[in-house]
Design a protein around this ligand. Structure first.
Ligand SMILES: *[C@@H]1O[C@H](CO)[C@@H](O)[C@H](O)[C@H]1NC(C)=O
Ligand SMILES: *[C@@H]1O[C@H](CO)[C@@H](O)[C@H](O)[C@H]1NC(C)=O
Length: 296
């Protein structure tokens, strides 16, 4: 059998809740192996959820930042920077850009990316990923939605969310969190997350959770910031857009709450990562100076 996910996690110091985590991953892997055994006669090397496609959804029109995927960041289009980082992930069988825009498609073909054209009717990245998945001829078990506006995404984080989904058969969705900075505590655009002691998501909120009874931010509490990256079981991605909106999802305007409200499980990994999402032209200037500083 293939114990690599466990080994990779056990040895990786960027993931927290390691003590319980390793035990849980172990149990999950045993379950995954049982599935593997059932398939043993057919394909001895079959691994649970082994075929993985990474999809970078990219749209041109954006209320806050027109043409955002093509904005140059130290001379290279942002979408190319994201793609180059994602290419370094080792768990992806394939990486595609999903877009409805010819300018983005042309740019991506120029640096050698695989492009899937999606319709303009996609309301968001999840729908775009789903449409791209349906258009791919090969079957995939896992889809990773890689945000095109995180040009400094770590390939290890992509691999981390994939591996945890492979190791957790009872979760249909996985995502990542990192430590929340104090200055972001009350920013509704920074989504907070709370998890149980096995790393399953309990809730996501734009408000600060947990809420200290003093009414203030507790400097001692390890609050968690949700990162945009997410991976889904491909079968779940087919039903996800069809699930009707749920009250908490609508109230918080957070898609992932629909998953929890329908009783599905989300597995969360904790990573060490400074999020540098690009939402506005000012963010480009910030990220460029950071890259110069770090010689990236
Ligand atoms: C709330 O935050 C304070 C620090 O600001 C901390 O000492 C306290 O333990 C926290 N929890 C409660 C229930 O007060
Ligand atoms: C985004 O897509 C999901 C899944 O397809 C859907 O449930 C959700 O309502 C959409 N959100 C918006 C704001 O359109």
């Amino acid at each position: 059998m293939e114990p690599e996910p466990a080994a990779a996690f056990a040895g990786d110091t960027t993931y927290s809740w390691p003590v319980k985590g390793v035990a849980v991953y172990g149990a999950a892997i045993t379950a995954a192996m049982a599935v593997g055994y059932a398939a043993l006669y057919v394909r001895p090397s079959a691994k649970f959820r082994s075929k993985v496609v990474g999809i970078i959804p990219a749209r041109y029109a954006s209320s806050r930042f027109q043409g955002k995927p093509l904005v140059p960041i130290l001379g290279k289009p942002m979408i190319q920077r994201t793609w180059e980082r994602a290419k370094l992930a080792t768990t992806l069988s394939r990486l595609v850009v999903a877009t409805d825009d010819e300018r983005i498609a042309d740019c991506c073909h120029g640096f050698g990316a695989d492009v899937i054209m999606t319709s303009q009717s996609c309301r968001n990245g999840t729908e775009r990923c789903n449409e791209a998945l349906l258009k791919l001829k090969k079957k995939y078990d896992v889809v990773v939605n890689i945000q095109g506006d995180e040009p400094l995404i770590e390939p290890d984080i992509i691999d981390g969310v994939v591996k945890v989904l492979q190791a957790t058969p009872d979760a249909v969705f996985s995502t990542a969190v990192t430590s929340l900075k104090a200055e972001d505590a009350c920013d509704p655009n920074r989504v907070k997350c709370v998890v149980d002691n096995r790393g399953y998501a309990i809730y996501f909120s734009r408000g600060l959770i947990p809420f200290n009874k003093s009414g203030k931010v507790n400097p001692q509490f390890p609050y968690l910031l949700h990162l945009g990256i997410q991976s889904y079981d491909a079968k779940f991605l087919k039903i996800y857009p069809e699930l009707p909106p749920t009250p908490l999802q609508v109230e918080e305007d957070l898609e992932q709450l629909k998953v929890l409200e329908n009783g599905y499980k989300i597995k969360v990994i904790k990573v060490d990562h400074d999020a540098h999402g690009v939402d506005t032209p000012e963010d480009v200037i910030k990220i460029e100076s950071l890259m110069r500083e770090r010689n990236l």
